[in-house]
Design a protein around this ligand. Sequence first.
Ligand SMILES: Cc1cc2nc3c(=O)[nH]c(=O)nc-3n(C[C@H](O)[C@H](O)[C@H](O)COP(=O)(O)O)c2cc1C
Length: 302
Amino acid sequence: MTALDPRALRSAFGSFLTGVTVVTAYGNSGEPIGFTANSFTSVSLEPPMVLVCLAKTSRNYNALTSAAGFAVNILAETQIEVSNRFARPAEDRFATVDWKTGPHGSPIIAGVSAWFDCAMHKTVDAGDHVILIGTVVAFAQTATPGLGYARGAYVTPAMTAEALAQNGNLVASAVIERNGSVLLIDDGNGGMALPETSVGGEGTTAAVQSLIDAAGLTGKPGFIYSIFEDTGRKRQNIAFLCSAAQGTPRQGVFVPLTSAALDDVSDPANLAMLERLGREAATGRFGIYYGNQNSGDVRVIA
Ligand SMILES: Cc1cc2nc3c(=O)[nH]c(=O)nc-3n(C[C@H](O)[C@H](O)[C@H](O)COP(=O)(O)O)c2cc1C
């Protein structure tokens, strides 16, 4: 077997979008310890379990592998500095963050998007890493959007959206998907379009919520599905994938996400996005599109 180039492999492993966490515990002398990790994955719902991979070179390898538990702090998109601090050597990584001990006893960092305080279930040896598997004993989630990481860079979609909204040329559209179909409305020129609106001071999520409400559906904005610059119309577009409960829309019709049914979508960029959604809904692997109306890059969400 030919040896794989480790640098290329590291780059390929980092090519998809992940969240960023800080994994914490108490060290052997009772001091808080923690490190930045994007290898976090949920494992099981019943019983609730998560995992994170720890490099065997970690200075805290012994402490973490023998700890009674650990906490996974899902960083908020404003916490890039926290991520950097817990990824670099520092005398006391906790000195500049607010934190407290969680219900199961591991450090919980303030202002995070979510946290899971876990009892150690087991450690599994895996090459140059060890997998820490924890049983979730307590957790909390906030409305703060999480920090993303892809190709060695931080990704902050909601902050980008708010910054664009302040520039006054942001249009948000609602991709309301239900059972393999998407809600389309009349574009006024004999074609079909996604519900869309300009975003003002109310913010992007509220603007998308107003589109769902206007369609007479019960639902909520999910995650950002596409961000692209329309250089022709000199505006930024942001599309949110939204869910909706059963019920007949007051406005528009649900159209199957197949190429033939989508033929009437007049905007080519939205058509390409909906065709991608049809493919991704079939595989269950979704990505976020960044680019302009003609070309861009789809970053897969882990
Ligand atoms: C975004 C990001 C994700 C990381 N993910 C992991 C990871 O999943 N596992 C790991 O062992 N190190 C990971 N690291 C590297 C550690 O945070 C870094 O090596 C840290 O200095 C380890 O500290 P320690 O030796 O005190 O444990 C990541 C770093 C960054 C910036």
